[in-house]
Design a protein around this ligand. Structure first.
Ligand SMILES: C[S@@+](CC[C@H](N)C(=O)[O-])C[C@H]1O[C@@H](n2cnc3c(N)ncnc32)[C@H](O)[C@@H]1O
Length: 439
């Protein structure tokens, strides 16, 4: 029985990671605010520093393993099976509870909050105390509620509400349908993107097609998905690539499947010498054009908008960098191969492809030369709960697209089949950037 030793080592890891995190807060401002405060810290909105990201990954992995070791197994499994927190977050965000509390000093009593939010008081009390139990809102005195740093993320002005909406609607509806889907052989034995957990959940409405087809006829949900992307990228910390790549040597970039173009706005503000082509479906590109209004006229003149379908239409030729962020993970292997081959066909000798996604770690220890970080013993090499978002995203890809987040080996195999060679790996703490050249 090695449990006692594991607990000791986990406690040491927790102390070390928490100390590193505190140190990082100190570097960017005074000190970390209390979880009950509403004042923000520069690190809350600053793209998360790589060191903080790695410290939190250790901390979340070690704390979860510590609790799972010390609590009786039934305790842990029941907690996980009964986790309704997401549904309370959804109600709070949809009913703008954080906005209502924002206008008060010293909190708002239950009756007023019920009146303003339209939620029946006794039900609202249960919702609020559930959320407050994990520091999202607080009960400052009996039946009087106030915001916290966490609850402010749900504020309608925070720009994260679309993402919360997407995760707690399409995401959770799919999760609730997973077991039913798996027992329907007609759907679950099929690996194409029209037979997904999500499309199974909506098939009784007469719909048949991919999630993207469904979004076309549900324009309001497409808008939610589109406006979720900046928030999703902010959580993933993808903008670290702006500092983590030698963009000063680059003249042309094609953002393939650019979404609303948010990556390019940051890129151009830091590297104004770059000329960019934004490539996406017509409807999405229209939204990107609107969003480009945030840039100066000079920078806007460096953007070329090219509507197209990467399964049918040609991409621009011989661009320095073809950047694919959160694209490959949306598609099954055969479709990924089609996308990579069509880029390979237009690449020049100096062109490179950057695939920016999650890379699934192995649960087995890799050789010391393996290029992705590994957690120290006794944690799982992939950091366990510290990497849980990768596993949730992996499931989201399965639910929505019949796809997945891939391991390094899986991406390497696909790229080899497309005539590409992996040249460099950049580990950004949560996401990775894989750089490919022609083989
Ligand atoms: C998950 S989003 C990623 C957006 C962006 N790269 C980002 O990271 O914010 C996937 C994008 O792929 C685009 N897309 C889907 N199918 C496409 C196709 N056949 N051709 C071009 N773009 C497509 C979608 O419109 C969407 O903008």
């Amino acid at each position: 029985m090695t449990g006692n030793i594991e607990v000791q080592v986990l406690l040491e890891l927790i102390t070390k990671s928490a100390t590193e995190a505190l140190d990082e807060y100190g570097k960017y401002g005074d000190s970390v605010p209390s979880v009950y405060e509403t004042n923000t810290h520069p690190l809350d909105e600053h793209k998360m520093s790589l060191r903080l990201k790695k410290a939190i990954r250790n901390l979340e992995g070690a704390c979860d393993q510590l609790c799972a070791t010390l609590a009786p197994p039934l305790h842990t499994i029941v907690n996980r099976a009964q986790d309704y927190y997401w549904s309370c977050l959804r109600v709070a965000a949809q009913n703008k509870i954080a906005d209502l509390l924002d206008h008060t000093t010293g909190g708002m009593n239950l009756e007023s909050l019920a009146h303003e939010s339209g939620i029946e008081p006794s039900k609202l009390r249960i919702l609020m105390r559930t959320l407050a139990a994990r520091h999202c809102f607080q009960e400052v005195s009996h039946d009087v509620y106030a915001n916290t740093r966490l609850s402010l993320v749900l504020h309608s002005q925070s720009s994260h509400t679309s993402y919360i909406d997407l995760l707690t609607k399409e995401g959770q509806e799919s999760a609730g349908n997973f077991q039913k889907y798996l027992s329907d052989n007609e759907y679950s034995q099929c690996n194409d993107s029209t037979h997904t957990v999500f499309t199974h959940a909506v098939k009784d409405t007469g719909f048949h097609g991919t999630v993207y087809d469904w979004m076309k006829v549900n324009g309001d949900r497409r808008a939610v998905m589109s406006s979720s992307m900046p928030s999703m990228n902010s959580v993933m910390g993808t903008l670290s690539i702006i500092e983590g790549y030698p963009w000063e040597k680059i003249s042309t970039v094609c953002d393939v499947g650019c979404g609303n173009g948010s990556f390019v706005w940051s890129l151009l503000q830091n590297f104004p010498q770059i000329h960019v082509t934004l490539f996406d479906l017509h409807e999405t590109l229209e939204a990107a054009k609107q969003a480009a209004g945030c840039l100066s006229q000079e920078l806007q003149s460096q953007i070329h908008f090219q509507p197209g379908d990467f399964f049918k239409d040609s991409l621009p030729k011989a661009v320095d960098i073809y950047y694919l962020r959160n694209i490959i993970h949306n598609w099954p292997d055969n479709d990924v191969l089609t996308i990579l081959v069509s880029i390979k066909n237009v690449m020049g000798p100096q062109s490179r492809i950057l695939i920016h996604d999650y890379t699934m770690h192995s649960f087995q220890n890799q050789s010391p030369h393996h290029s992705l970080d590994q957690a120290p013993w006794p944690m799982l090499p992939d950091f366990g709960n510290g990497s849980m978002r990768l596993h949730y995203q992996d499931l989201t890809m399965l639910f929505m697209y019949n796809s997945k987040e891939r391991t390094l080996e899986e991406v390497k195999n696909l790229s080899q089949n497309a005539g590409l060679k992996l040249e460099q790996i950049r580990d950004l703490g949560e996401t990775t950037v894989l750089e490919f050249g022609p083989a």
